[in-house]
Design a protein around this ligand. Structure first.
Ligand SMILES: Nc1ncnc2c1ncn2[C@@H]1O[C@H](COP(=O)(O)OP(=O)(O)OP(=O)(O)O)[C@@H](O)[C@H]1O
Ligand SMILES: [Mg+2]
Length: 225
């Protein structure tokens, strides 16, 4: 489903061209879960941004369902990103002025939709909010929620367009231990029930171990452990 072939990434930064990722090769099957651990600054976020088409590799190919993301123009890449890839970050990035339901439906607005499609988006949003224990908060604003609840809403928003792959960059990083565990369970449950592949970058060994496959990123190199 997703394949990275000889991916290299460097930033043309001062004082010199620093290489962040070297010859990264990775295949992720549909519905698989993988975790990536590694020290701060090792390139986990860089890797997720490349997989998610938020950034482009310096060389190498990233294929999503056989489409080479690198060959796409920005508008086309944005369309694929919106439809096939979901992101959850350490911070939730919900819009404070919108309700929970409006936040969740935001990614659906980029596409032209019929009345029927809009109705089924809303139905899916409410189903997912129910699944994550957030249905009662549909009309609440993010400011009225706890950190863990906001992350749940962010997860629902990431899944609303039925992505093939969910990229989670330290999703539990800002949560206390118990809330982090609950979110982890939720991500793994959704990984199964929504058959969405899951890539988690994390500093938590406990979270990393829950994924089917575990990788380590160090010295610019990605290795399966
Ligand atoms: N836009 C950028 N321009 C230049 N250098 C960057 C840029 N983004 C990241 N870097 C550098 O790339 C390296 C990897 O950063 P990255 O954010 O991917 O690490 P990380 O593994 O996610 O770290 P953390 O665990 O702290 O989140 C760092 O040395 C960082 O300074
Ligand atoms: Mg990071």
């Amino acid at each position: 489903m997703l394949e990275l072939i000889d991916v290299n990434k460097s930033y043309p930064a001062v004082p010199e061209n620093v290489r962040i990722l070297r010859q990264v090769n990775l295949q992720i099957g549909s519905g698989q879960s993988i975790s990536v651990m590694g020290p701060s600054g090792s390139g986990k976020t860089t890797l997720l941004n490349l997989i998610g088409g938020l950034d482009r590799p310096t060389s190498g190919k990233i294929l999503l369902n056989r489409t080479n993301l690198g060959s796409l123009r920005d508008a086309e890449l944005a369309r694929i990103r919106n439809g096939s890839i979901g992101f959850v970050f350490q911070l939730h990035y919900l819009l404070p002025q919108c309700t929970v339901l409006e936040n969740v439906l935001l990614p659906t607005l980029a596409m032209r939709k019929s009345k029927i499609e809009k109705h089924s988006d809303k139905k899916r949003a409410i189903e997912l909010l129910e699944k994550t224990g957030m249905k009662a908060y549909c009309q609440s604003h993010p400011g009225q929620l706890s950190g863990g609840q906001r992350q749940r809403v962010a997860v629902v928003r990431a899944l609303i367009n039925k992505p093939d792959i969910l990229l989670a960059d330290e999703p539990t990083g800002s949560l206390d231990a118990d809330t982090a565990d609950q979110l982890t369970e939720l991500l793994l449950e959704l990984n199964q029930s929504q058959s969405v592949a899951l890539v988690i970058a994390t500093h938590s060994k406990k979270l990393a171990n829950r994924a089917q496959r575990q990788f380590r990123l160090d010295h610019q190199t990605l290795t399966e452990v």
